[in-house]
Design a protein around this ligand. Structure first.
Ligand SMILES: Nc1ccn([C@@H]2O[C@H](COP(=O)(O)OP(=O)(O)OP(=O)(O)O)[C@@H](O)[C@H]2O)c(=O)n1
Ligand SMILES: C[C@](O)(CO)[C@H](O)COP(=O)(O)O
Length: 380
């Protein structure tokens, strides 16, 4: 059994306003579409993802091994149909059709719907919430009547279908439709209702961005980690600092290459993850780490963060010394940290201070470093 996700993202988002269609607008530091895709990438039971894009937007998404793209049409229905026809060259058994604008959908919820469609004889099922508010008709700011809400539902996506059934229904359908349940029903297909999720909102109007931020913000695990390290000076002609060999009339001493900046940073990551410190993962008593290049430790900490589901949001390292002067080397250090961690340079800060000739750093007996990182995990 295979299940594909078809995410329609070819709309222009006219009601949401803004400088670009809503799926490309920022939401908590990422684009709306990135939240939607991450939810599907993290959902069990989804084998592959097809994103339907407007022809003007092709190239806006980086290639991904589990994601393919096709172009949409002038209406939502035509975009879905294009997507279904693109999937038909290697047809899945089931398909979940979803609006990109529903970016708060949780991975666990997607997995639940994928499980339901794969384990039922029904050709279609879709989430919805019963209408709980009173219903009125209105005109020119006045209530003109009331309506019975019994049996009324607010439809959501992802809507799940037997693939061949929904493909045939779309191919037989003329014109637009509110959703794929409407297309399926027009073809005589029975659709079961699943419990919807109040947080599964669709960004439609400008105020929906703030609502989505609130929902996603509550789903996030945000950690701050701090690290501190010191190495003493000894003989040598350079110091390794934040991955860069900085010429100096002395070197730093240590079991490894004594890169005090990388050590503080690795410890900040381990600290944020509550995973001990560098000494726990790379014991100084273990001879294999003698003289080791410290990027090995930092790469390990970064990989551990990723394994535990965290993204490193930003890094701030402070080196504390009188000499060597750090500022001329700070751009190279920022680039080295970016290469080692895979984080964009504009999220990495390397700065330095003296200790006003006070203490061991002031007496030039050694260099100290402190680092702060933020780690973010979306809890789906
Ligand atoms: N021609 C279209 C129109 C809509 N959609 C997608 O269908 C979903 C639901 O549509 P809606 O919320 O109405 O999005 P827009 O059409 O972008 O918004 P608007 O109607 O405000 O322009 C969105 O994910 C949208 O990208 C699409 O793929 N192709
Ligand atoms: C499919 C849908 O999300 C179900 O609620 C909705 O109908 C699509 O949005 P639109 O605003 O009607 O285009």
């Amino acid at each position: 059994m295979t299940t594909a996700a078809l995410i329609v993202a070819a709309g222009r988002g006219t009601r949401a306003g803004g400088d670009c269609p809503k799926q490309w607008q920022p939401l908590l530091g990422r684009r709306v579409i990135d939240w939607t895709l991450d939810a599907f990438l993290g959902a069990d039971g989804i084998d592959r993802i097809l994103v339907v894009l407007h022809p003007d937007d092709l190239g806006q998404l980086a290639p991904h091994p589990r994601i393919t793209f096709t172009t949409g049409g002038a209406t939502r229905s035509s975009s879905v149909r294009n997507g279904l026809e693109a999937l038909a060259s290697d047809p899945p058994d089931h398909v979940l059709i979803h609006d990109v604008a529903r970016c708060c959908t949780k991975s666990a919820y997607i997995a639940y719907i994928a499980y339901k469609i794969a384990n039922t004889d029904l050709p279609a099922l879709a989430p919805a919430l019963p209408v709980t508010d009173a219903l009125w008709t209105g005109a020119e700011g006045q209530v003109t009547g009331t309506r019975d809400r019994t049996g009324l539902y607010r439809a959501q996506t992802p809507q799940a279908f037997d693939f061949k059934t929904i493909l045939a229904a779309h191919q037989a359908h003329e014109g637009d439709a509110a959703d794929d349940v409407a297309v399926a029903r027009a073809a005589g297909v029975k659709v079961a209702i699943l419990d919807g999720d109040e947080d599964n909102l669709k960004i439609t109007h400008p105020h929906d961005f703030a609502r989505a931020e609130k929902i996603l913000g509550n789903q996030m695990d945000i950690r701050v980690g701090s690290g501190f390290d010191v190495h003493r000076f000894g003989p040598g002609d350079h110091c390794m600092l934040c991955g860069v060999a900085v010429p100096h009339d002395r070197g730093l001493q240590g079991h490894s290459d004594a890169d005090v900046g990388l050590h503080a940073l690795a410890d900040a990551i381990y600290g944020g993850l509550a995973q001990g410190d560098i000494g726990r993962h790379f014991p100084p008593s273990d001879p294999q780490w003698k003289g080791a290049e410290s990027h090995i430790f930092l790469r390990h900490a970064v990989a551990l963060a990723s394994e535990l589901g965290f993204k490193i949001n930003n890094i701030d390292v402070t080196l504390i010394c009188e000499r060597p002067k750090i500022t001329p080397h700070a751009p190279a250090m920022q680039a080295a940290l970016s290469e080692i961690t895979g984080i964009a340079p504009d999220r990495i800060s390397v700065k330095a201070t003296t200790s006003e000739r006070l203490g061991f750093t002031g007496r030039e007996e050694g260099i100290a470093a402190q680092a702060v990182v933020t780690l973010v995990k979306t809890c789906a």
